[in-house]
Design a protein around this ligand. Structure first.
Ligand code: C5P
Length: 238
């Protein structure tokens, strides 16, 4: 999947994170959101509670599924895992942005519709955390290096905070997707997110897709809130 601005609709740019403990709760959210949402993110929590079956069902129902598994392993293991995800017909998958893992993943996904997203540096990590983990880079340096590496490996996109989106866009150009979490409507509750951005600002900064969970899944009127995000994305994309 490429970040072709004419190709993607505003609705296709909104990814709703199904951050709930059970498939039953996730299904209730999907039902309530109906046609307002067409892309869902399923992460560790739900995958480990039957979420893969749900991912298959959602794709079969015409939704797109972003499987947030942040894979990292030896080439062979990454390759086999990616082949299976591609066979399931899923839409997006995250891989830690290590060159070997990314190259193995890209080869395994070739010919499928799976868009591989590189995770550069987890936004929960600061300079001290990176030093403690043995890296000699600042988070900014490492994000830029890994964005370049992801492009060289042929990845479909990058997961990044909206604050990083514009500098990453300068490095990777217009073709790759930039998927950003930490998005809130103006005046919305930030929760535990330290740095949040509105949909409008994130799209203007170069994000192609926005991941939103709590503001939508905890809303009293989920479909109306999701539609507000879609409309703001639409205005910013014009
Ligand atoms: O509830 P909220 O909108 O903050 O959720 C954002 C989603 O994006 C969650 O699924 C979270 O795990 C994910 N995410 C994030 N920050 C990152 C990477 C992923 O919030 N750096």
């Amino acid at each position: 999947m490429r970040d072709n601005k004419e190709h993607l609709t505003a609705r296709q740019r909104l990814i709703v994170g199904l951050d709930v403990p059970s498939v039953k709760e996730a299904e209730a959210i999907v039902q309530e959101l109906g046609d307002t949402v067409c892309v869902y993110k399923i992460g560790f929590q739900l995958v480990l509670a039957g979420g893969l079956e749900l991912a298959r069902d959602l794709q079969a129902d015409g939704k797109n599924v972003f499987l947030d598994m942040k894979l990292l392993d030896i080439d062979n293991t990454v390759s086999k895992a990616v082949e299976n995800v591609a066979k399931m017909g899923l839409t997006m998958l995250t891989i830690h942005a290590y060159p070997r893992a990314m190259r193995a993943a890209v080869e395994a996904a070739s010919g499928s519709q799976l868009c591989l997203l590189g995770v550069t540096v987890l936004t929960s990590m600061d300079g001290v955390d990176l030093y403690e983990a043995g890296y000699g880079f600042t988070p900014e340096e490492l994000v830029k290096k890994r964005a370049r590496d992801a492009q060289m490996a042929g990845m479909g996109g990058i997961v990044a905070s909206a604050q990083e989106a514009s500098s990453i866009r300068e490095i990777i150009g217009l073709d790759m997707a930039i998927v950003t979490p930490g998005i809130r409507l103006a005046g919305g509750d930030a929760g535990d997110q330290k740095r949040v951005m509105t949909p409008r600002k994130a799209i203007s900064a170069g994000a192609s897709h926005l991941v939103v969970a709590r503001p939508i899944i905890q809303s009293d009127d989920k479909a109306a809130t999701a539609e507000q995000f879609v409309q703001e994305i639409k205005q910013a994309s014009n």
